[in-house]
Ligand binder design. Structure first.
Ligand code: GDP
Ligand code: MN
Length: 380
């Protein structure tokens, strides 16, 4: 789950990482009031779940409350990489002497947290890694040892930060960022830029924060930060029903059990010349209600022309899934052609149930490839 800048900064603040004071605003009037409360010049920042807001005109300095109101009017409604701005973060403006970059991510290769620090901040880190790799200091932290200050010093010297006061402040921030990363079950905490003010104070000016979805049950306060309005309506409906669904832009609706199998199904659809309309994972259960919910969500997409239903039953039983399909067809009057491929536990029983009921729009195929071909034909 990706957090907005202001949410990430709230979490940074909880762990003692210095951030600027700010207020959330959804209208120009609120932006003006926020600027009045904060006093002095402010920066009006678009809150969208994508980077590069600055370049897209989503970040503007304002030197008075009236100016903040005007800037808010300009930014609200702006489309930044397909994300429409509905919220603004109004923050006390900072003076900037230097822009650095600091992040910690989860490095799956080494199974360790990975810090990256460079004095070449403000720009995309990929650019630094490509054009100036020596400027990027890296540090892996062993999860069993935890973070040790000497490692932080190595990171800071490695990045070439020479000022003793900056070194001390950044060491403190690195340690706190590690605690924040571990305790929130984050997979990414990025500060770009980490600024140094002309007075020598180091502060996080931006935040990019991703929390592991699978750990959200441990963090109800963070789970609550999810902004359902930021998702397409289909995905919102799916989430409310507990169905894992991602909208894509093709014609073949896809439903399977298990993320890996669904991903393979997307590939096979593409292989036989079709375009998947969605990713939809039924999960391990596959009970009738789950199938009804998933089929409703998939068939609500007006682009869908056919649906392929790919089940490999281990824990799930194909006869239960078959009942779910038949129940869904009864309840929802889905008229799309549906191609079913069953394999694994009780596959024969499942196919027998479908054959017995024999709804006119149901097609059973023996293999994933045949099912994909049939679904693509039917979508044409
Ligand atoms: P991003 O473009 O989405 O990464 O948004 P950032 O929050 O990183 O802001 C982009 C750039 O705007 C920063 O690198 C700064 O140069 C500038 N900026 C943001 N906030 C301030 C501020 O308070 N004062 C000044 N002077 N510049 C700012
Ligand atoms: Mn940034």
């Amino acid at each position: 789950m990706d957090l907005y800048e202001y949410q990430g900064k709230e979490l940074f603040g909880r762990f003692g990482i210095p951030v600027s004071e700010g207020r959330l605003a959804t209208t120009p009037g609120e932006a003006r009031a926020a600027a009045e409360q904060l006093g002095g010049p402010v920066v009006v920042k678009a809150q969208v779940l994508t980077g590069g807001r600055g370049k897209a005109g989503g970040i503007k300095l304002a030197d008075s409350p009236e100016d903040a109101e005007r800037k808010a009017e300009e930014i609200l409604g702006l489309d930044i990489n397909g994300h429409v701005v509905r919220k603004l973060w109004i923050e006390q403006a900072s003076e900037i002497a230097n822009e650095y970059y600091l992040s910690v991510t989860f490095d799956r290769g080494t199974k360790k947290a990975l810090f990256m620090l460079t004095t070449e901040g403000g720009i995309e880190i990929e650019e630094v890694a490509e054009n100036n790799p020596d400027a990027l200091a890296r540090l892996h932290v062993d999860p069993l040892e935890g973070f040790q200050p000497y490692q932080g010093r190595r990171l800071i010297y490695g990045a070439g930060i020479a000022d003793p006061s900056e070194q001390m402040q950044i060491l403190d921030i690195v340690g706190k960022l590690y605690t924040c990363f571990v305790q929130t079950d984050a997979v990414l905490c990025e500060i770009n830029p980490l600024i140094v003010t002309p007075g020598g104070e180091v502060r996080a000016l931006d935040s990019k924060f991703t929390v592991d979805d699978n750990a959200l049950y441990k963090h109800p306060d963070i789970a609550e930060m999810r902004d359902l309005e930021a998702y397409p309506p289909e995905e919102r409906a799916a989430r409310e029903k507990g169905v894992t669904y991602v909208k894509l832009d093709g014609e073949v609706g896809i439903l399977g059990n298990g993320a890996g199998l669904v991903m393979s199904t997307l590939d096979v659809i593409a292989l036989v010349g079709g375009r998947p309309a969605n990713f939809c994972d039924l999960g391990g259960g596959g009970d009738a209600q789950g199938v009804v919910d998933a089929l409703e969500i998939i068939s609500a997409d007006p682009q869908v022309r056919s649906i392929v239903f790919n089940i490999f039953a281990g824990i799930t039983r194909c006869d239960v899934v078959a009942q779910g399909i038949l129940q869904a067809l009864d309840e929802t009057k889905i008229e799309h052609p549906i191609v079913v491929r069953f394999d694994g536990t009780n596959a024969e029983e499942g196919r027998a149930l479908l054959a017995e009921a024999a709804p006119p729009n149901l097609h059973v195929e023996a293999t994933m490839l045949d099912a994909a071909k049939r679904a693509v034909e039917l979508a044409a």
